[in-house]
Design a protein around this ligand. Structure first.
Ligand code: ATR
Length: 289
């Protein structure tokens, strides 16, 4: 084991996840499994941080010698003010979920979007170039995904949102990054009659536990040739995915996004390829616990 993989003064590596609430997080189980699989001495803990203590908590990363932390709801935007460097993609997305402590210099990254895209490519669509993609929703989660998606040179990205103006704002903001357009969810039936869509991605929370019967778009808009993906992983098969599967679509759930955002974080912190299988099985066991 090289020096770079030891904590301060040769102590075990320290990691954590800051959020409020935080007791539900599956990240400690996933990263503890990753550290164990790699034979690294380290600890990953949940850190309950209130908004008014976020700045102090970030300073604490350096003071306590943490190698890295994840940042989750509701701190992903505010935390950008308190790190030393914000990676360019995270800046564009407007959110940081991973911090690396390099000799006291804190750099913030966003691994949610690239994590999702890596999962989509490895589990469902190996090559996204030229693909026509419908993204439902345009909140924080959608921003990470659309930004990472545009790096893959898709044929087009259509953002459908309940509030059209918000989708239009995002399409305008990133018009220079690719063929991106916006519409209201209510306009989709009309638009889909004229346009071909290869991949549908739900980024909204519609269908998430406990309201598991809800659909973000009418199921009649789906066609068997589409790959249908949902960021939700509780339940693992949302109503949208169940309806898509029933008509013969290939489906992809949000578990991979969670695993791969963690995988990128692990890779930034340790410089080693993440043990994906161990991480995935740890999350699955903790979901079933
Ligand atoms: P996140 O960080 O999870 O993306 P967010 O930034 O609050 O959360 O964004 C939520 C997205 O899901 C928005 O696009 C929102 O649509 P609006 O812009 O119209 O609010 C969408 N959304 C949330 N609940 C919804 C619902 N019940 N029906 C349709 N869209 C919904």
């Amino acid at each position: 084991m090289g020096n770079e993989l030891k904590g301060k003064n040769g102590l075990p590596l320290l990691f954590g996840v800051m959020g409020d609430p935080i007791s539900q997080t599956k990240s400690p189980a996933m990263h503890s499994a990753a550290l164990a699989a790699e034979g690294l001495a380290g600890t990953y803990v949940p850190l309950h941080v209130k908004q008014e203590r976020l700045e102090d908590a970030v300073k604490g990363i350096v003071a306590l010698g943490y190698r890295g932390v994840n940042v989750t709801v509701p701190h992903k935007v505010d935390v950008m003010k308190y790190v030393d460097v914000v990676d360019e993609a995270a800046k564009q997305i407007g959110a940081v979920n991973t911090i690396v402590n390099e000799d006291g210099v804190l750099t913030g990254y966003n691994t949610d979007g690239i994590g999702y895209i890596r999962s989509l490519k490895e589990e469902a669509v190996p090559d996204l170039s030229g693909k026509h993609v419908l993204v439902i929703g345009c909140g924080g989660a959608a921003r990470g995904i659309v930004y990472a998606l545009l790096q893959e040179k898709p044929g087009s990205v259509l953002i459908a949102n309940r509030t059209v103006a918000k989708a239009q704002e995002l399409a305008d903001e990133w018009a220079h990054l690719g063929a991106i357009s916006a519409c209201g969810v209510g306009d989709l039936a009309q638009i889909l009659q004229e346009s071909h869509i290869d991949i549908v991605i739900n980024t909204t929370s519609v269908g998430m536990y406990p309201k598991t019967g809800e659909l973000p778009i009418p199921a009649e808009l789906l066609s068997p040739h589409m790959v249908v993906s949902d960021l939700i992983y509780n339940p693992l098969k949302t109503e949208l995915l169940a309806r898509a599967e029933a008509i013969g679509c290939r489906i992809h759930n949000g578990l991979g996004m969670f695993v791969y955002q963690g995988a990128y974080a692990f890779e930034y912190w340790t410089g080693r390829p993440a043990p994906i299988a161990a991480m995935r099985s740890a999350v699955l066991s903790s979901l079933q616990a």
